[in-house]
Design a protein. Structure first.
Ligand code: ADP
Ligand code: MG
Length: 631
């Protein structure tokens, strides 16, 4: 598909005031930000100004936690450590070296955040599991000792005073500090918003919800998590610098475990995957602390209750609660809803562009899980421009073979090649980048993105728009968005589901979701397509669309491997069928040959060919029903 093929944009699904508000939310936030920015010039009291500054700084820290928790899925609560680093670096450079220039300090503080992020993130993420969370936790625990050990620079328990910042040699007065803090917060949230509302942000969403899906899209989970973690360190350290300037004095009792908990509570309260949730959470927490004396006395208890309430009642914070309420209101008809969807009302109209399929070759594959020999000596080939089916009763090793092909498992014996490339032993994301795309037995889609964005996510590992170009909305970013959009729309049109482009992909009915998944696989322009149980749970209309799509991929030259229980479909579309039984290949042939193969019939029916193909079909269908829920 060419990027400029004329595609009609389907209407945005929600309409009316609500949609308009959400479309201009960014602008609204900016206007609100400007109003706050000019507060002191509009007669804002000193007390209110201080509250605004504290809320702003706390929201930077909360935003840091939101990014790492909400998008990398890592509960790393070390924001207060980076906050302390930012504050101490600023205070030390100011008092000891007279460095007070804002851009210079910001540069140094950001650099420090990046270095600390890398140094703690690489081992934490390499070890996997809870390691990063533990590393982050210990950073908070050891913070007082670090301050003590470095008391020559930090002033130890006495603390450090901080000279006021300067900008291009001019002193910033109190108002100047206010404007600096609010402007930094506005700019940070604008940049973070730009990143989150982009292909990168969608990749973060995929990453958080399913590392397996992320890897199959060619995304290195380790690398992307590290990037997210390192980025999340930046606002925290900046917040520290701003805090040093705000108070003019820092002491170790600011950077406590209670503060780490308050950031966590603010994040939970505002909602970790919401862009502006950090502001909501920070505001509520800061305001609570200032207004209620009981809050100060029972600080830790209140955070504990907050966290419990957040975990039990509203998992995505207040902003998540708001979204749930909107969804419910839509459900009840109080708000306009997306039109009811029907997949494939029109058949795919155009053909696919030629695909350079490459031959897949599995040689003597063996796979055992502990003592369980799932596959033994399996050799199969799949040719470009052909549909190769893999059938066999439940537990015969089909999914295992598919997982070996896409790198989720490493073979215990044998090797797998795609063209000249040996793909066995490569990490899944490298296999994906080598040209392998797959669908999942239970379709894997990410919540929080439209069908169009989901399809475009298939292109993510190939698109070259950098994060820098994305946060700054440079021309290359706009070109990237246009290319993603038109490619995704063209593919959805091909699948006959263009009308779903603006719909939340996780809300699509099963059949449509499967078609969207096929479009997502196509978007990666792979040479090898792996379909796992793609027909299960589909109604006849969806099945027709799917069949057309699979044939279209074959006709365009793609290599197609179909793991399937739906025997009629397999007989109809396959060029070659391989039959597995108890981990061994028992037959290979054309549909006609397989239908007549005595061994296959015996395997399935327990008779020596006396029973009919109908019996075989029935068996396969039964096997199909209890095989849901796998990958
Ligand atoms: P199919 O997809 O044909 O139904 P599978 O490939 O899922 O079969 O399973 C083949 C065999 O391998 C089964 O005996 C299953 O229990 C075993 N198996 C599959 N995956 C794993 C795993 N991750 N760990 C242990 N055993 C597994
Ligand atoms: Mg299976």
């Amino acid at each position: 598909m060419s990027a400029d093929s004329a595609v009609v944009r389907p209407p945005v699904t929600s309409s009316g005031l609500f949609a308009k508000v959400s479309r201009f939310r960014g602008l609204l936030m900016l206007a609100l930000g400007l109003l706050v920015l000019l507060g002191p010039y509009l007669g804002m009291s000193g007390y209110l100004a201080r509250t605004v500054m504290l809320v702003g700084i706390l929201s930077l820290l909360t935003s840091g936690l939101n990014i790492v928790l909400g998008y990398a899925g890592e509960l790393a609560v070390n924001q207060v450590f980076l906050y302390a680093v930012g504050a101490y670096v600023t205070a030390y450079l100011g008092t000891a070296h007279g460095i007070t220039d804002v851009p210079l300090i910001f540069g140094i503080v950001i650099l420090a955040a990046l270095v600390i992020g890398l140094v703690t993130g690489i081992p934490g993420l390499r070890l996997g599991g809870w390691s990063l969370a533990m590393v982050a936790f210990f950073m908070v625990i050891i913070l007082p000792s670090v301050v003590q050990v470095l008391s020559k620079y930090t002033g130890g328990p006495l603390g450090l005073s901080t000279p006021l910042p300067t900008l291009f040699g001019r002193d910033l007065g109190d108002r100047g500090v206010y404007v600096l803090i609010v402007a930094t917060v506005i700019i940070w949230f604008a940049l973070a918003r730009n990143l989150i509302l982009s292909a990168h942000g969608n990749a973060f969403l995929v990453l958080r919800q399913s590392p397996i899906l992320a890897e199959s899209l060619g995304i290195s989970v380790f690398r992307l998590k590290l990037i997210v973690y390192v980025i999340s360190a930046v606002p925290c350290a900046l917040g520290g610098a701003l805090f040093a300037w705000l108070d003019g004095f820092i002491a170790p009792d600011t950077f406590t475990f209670a503060m780490a908990l308050s950031v966590l509570a603010a994040s939970m309260f505002g909602g970790a995957t919401s862009i502006y949730g950090a502001l909501v959470g920070a505001f509520l927490l800061q305001y609570g602390q200032q207004q209620l004396t009981v809050f100060a006395q029972l600080e830790l208890v209140i955070y504990g209750v907050f966290l419990l309430a957040a975990a039990l009642v509203f998992r995505n914070g207040l902003t998540g609660l708001f979204r749930t309420l909107v969804a419910r209101a839509r459900h009840r008809g109080w708000l306009p809803t997306a039109p009811a969807l029907r997949a494939a009302e029109q058949p795919p109209t155009t053909g696919l562009e030629p695909i350079e399929g490459r031959p897949l070759s599995c040689r003597d594959i063996g796979k055992n899980f502990g003592g369980n020999q799932a596959l033994t000596g399996v050799s199969i080939d799949a040719a470009p421009g052909r549909i190769t089916a893999l059938i066999g009763p439940n537990g015969s090793g089909k999914t295992t073979l598919l997982n070996l092909m896409c790198g989720f498992y490493t073979p215990s014996a044998g090797s797998i090649t795609l063209g000249d490339t040996t793909i066995s032993g490569l990490k899944p994301f490298k296999v994906a980048r080598a040209g392998v795309a797959r669908t999942f037995q239970t379709p894997m889609v990410a919540r929080g993105m439209t069908t169009r964005e989901f399809v475009a996510s298939g292109r993510y590992s190939q698109q070259k728009v950098s994060m820098l170009a994305t946060v700054l909305r440079l021309p290359s970013f706009r070109r990237g968005v246009r290319a993603d959009d038109s490619e995704a729309l063209a593919l959805l049109e091909l699948m006959g589901i263009a009308q779903t482009a603006g719909t939340e992909v996780s809300e699509l009915p099963l059949g449509t979701r499967r078609l969207a998944e096929v479009a997502r696989a196509l978007a990666a322009r792979p040479q090898l397509f792996l379909f796992d149980e793609v027909a299960s749970g589909l109604d006849p209309a969806d099945l027709d669309s799917l069949e057309r799509a699979i044939r279209a991929i074959r006709d365009a030259g793609g290599t197609v491997v179909l793991v399937e229980h739906n025997f009629p479909l397999v007989l109809k579309v396959s060029d070659t069928i391989h039959v597995l039984s108890r981990g061994e290949l028992i037959a290979t042939g054309t549909p006609e040959e397989i239908q007549r193969d005595a061994r296959v019939l015996e395997e399935y029916t327990g008779s020596s060919g006396a029973e009919t193909v109908a019996g075989l079909e029935a068996d396969l269908e039964v096997a199909g029903t209890d095989n849901e829920g796998g990958r």
